[in-house]
Design a protein around this ligand. Structure first.
Ligand SMILES: Cc1ncc(COP(=O)(O)O)c(C=O)c1O
Length: 410
């Protein structure tokens, strides 16, 4: 009989250890926090509960118009779509929403998909085949990177936001491949910096490539009216072959979507595996996202307030000597720390004071760049930012003096 290999449990334990389980051992950590319970018990803190953990940038998740739309959709349509839209899951509200969203974004069509993550996972391998190349920013979202790895084509990366390196790489290797797709984020969700879209479009055209631009964090955020990176730079959105978005951020719901030319959307509707073989979005989810889109169109001042708040927080943090990396002050502002231990300590100290800002260590970022990632909302106030910055400073000082004490004692 063959000698028994280690059990699956042993294997899982080892993998978990390598992933950094020591940081969260004992359950005393700031992850998987039940934020509803914190909100319910907010009066335990003199200044109440404050979250910078939700990417509900425009305050749609609790907006009465948005929640009412979801409730009435449940009454009208029931809870689920009941099937893939291709074969039974289609409702009138799916099409109405996609039409309105396409008109808002200035593109020919939109196809909504059950998750933003799945959208990237499914589209890249569907479009790019054997002789092709997909080339992604090294810090593109995990759903892009995983989608690239799962595709049958060759996969390369270029250094973060280094478009001249991309240009040079394409210059050297473009000829080896049939079709080429460049894939990147619009607004980077870990760093709060953006892609130089005009230059990227020049490079794409010069090398006869296509572009997949993930606007998950930039729709509702960038541009005067929240139409994303193309509005930010004053570029025609039709120059982007595939724009990907999510409903989980500025639209306060869940689900992903692809924005493209109408005929491309038509093709994908019949063939994209992540759409064809997955259930349609729940009608109540579509209804809430549609209501949020209505609010966004009517109240572009929410986008302006978000921008004002983001810049205010960025300036305050920088003035206090905190390291905000490359953030430009648009919705995502990380605060970087020297070590994962310091980062987790500070986030834990903030949570004890009723401020929820989860630490991001080893997940989706270079190992030497632990951070607290702050998601800014149009609903936040100057007082919220002052409270957060001073709590971070105090916790950082406490950590540093405890480290010095520790060194002295050893
Ligand atoms: C850039 C980017 N793309 C895609 C996704 C996945 O979207 P979702 O969480 O809506 O599935 C995320 C998630 O945060 C993201 O940051």
């Amino acid at each position: 009989m063959q000698e028994k290999r280690s059990s699956f449990l042993d294997y899982a334990e080892r993998r978990y250890r390598l992933a950094g389980s020591a940081l969260v051992e004992g359950g005393n950590h700031p992850y998987f926090v039940e934020t509803d319970l914190l909100e319910e018990s907010a009066d335990q803190w003199p200044e109440g509960f404050l979250s910078l953990s939700h990417y509900d940038y425009l305050g749609m998740m609790q907006d009465p118009e948005v929640t009412a739309a979801a409730k009435s959709a449940i009454d009208h349509f029931g809870t689920g779509a009941g099937g893939s839209r291709l074969v039974g899951g289609e409702r009138s509200i799916h099409r109405a929403f996609e039409k309105e969203l396409a008109a808002f974004l200035g593109v020919g069509g939109v196809l909504s998909i059950i998750s933003g993550y799945l959208t990237n996972m499914s589209i890249i391998g569907h479009v790019m085949t054997g002789r092709d190349l997909v080339i992604a920013d090294e810090l593109a979202h995990n759903s892009i990177i995983s989608g690239c790895k799962a595709a049958k084509c060759t996969f390369l990366t270029y250094p973060h936001n280094d478009l001249e390196a991309l240009n040079a790489l394409l210059g050297e290797r473009r000829q080896e491949f049939g079709r080429v797709l460049i894939a990147t984020d619009g607004l980077f969700s870990m760093d709060g910096d953006i892609t130089d879209l005009p230059r990227l479009l020049e490079i794409k055209d010069a090398h006869d490539a296509w572009l997949l631009l993930d606007e998950a964090h930039s729709y509702g955020v960038l541009g005067e009216t929240g139409r994303g990176l193309s509005e930010h730079f004053g570029v025609d959105p039709k120059r982007i072959e595939l724009a990907v978005g999510t409903l989980s951020k500025s639209f306060g719901a869940s689900g992903g979507f692809i924005a493209a030319e109408a005929r491309i959307v038509e093709w994908l509707k019949f063939t994209l595996p992540g759409f064809v073989y997955s259930v349609g979005l729940a009608p109540s989810t579509v209804a809430s996202a549609r209501a949020a889109l209505g609010v966004l169109r009517r109240e572009p001042e929410r986008v302006a307030r978000l921008r004002e708040n983001s810049r205010m927080f960025l300036n305050m943090a920088q003035a206090a000597g905190l390291d905000t990396g490359d953030a430009i002050g648009e919705a995502v502002v990380p605060v970087l720390f020297e070590s994962p231990e310091e980062c987790v300590f500070v986030a834990g100290a903030l949570l004890q004071q009723g401020i929820y800002t989860p630490p991001v260590v080893h997940v989706g970022i270079p190992k030497d760049a632990p951070r607290i990632r702050c998601f800014i909302s149009a609903k936040h106030s100057q007082k919220d930012f002052e409270r957060t910055v001073s709590a971070i400073l105090a916790a950082r000082a406490a950590f540093q003096s405890a480290s010095i004490e520790g060194l002295r004692a050893s």
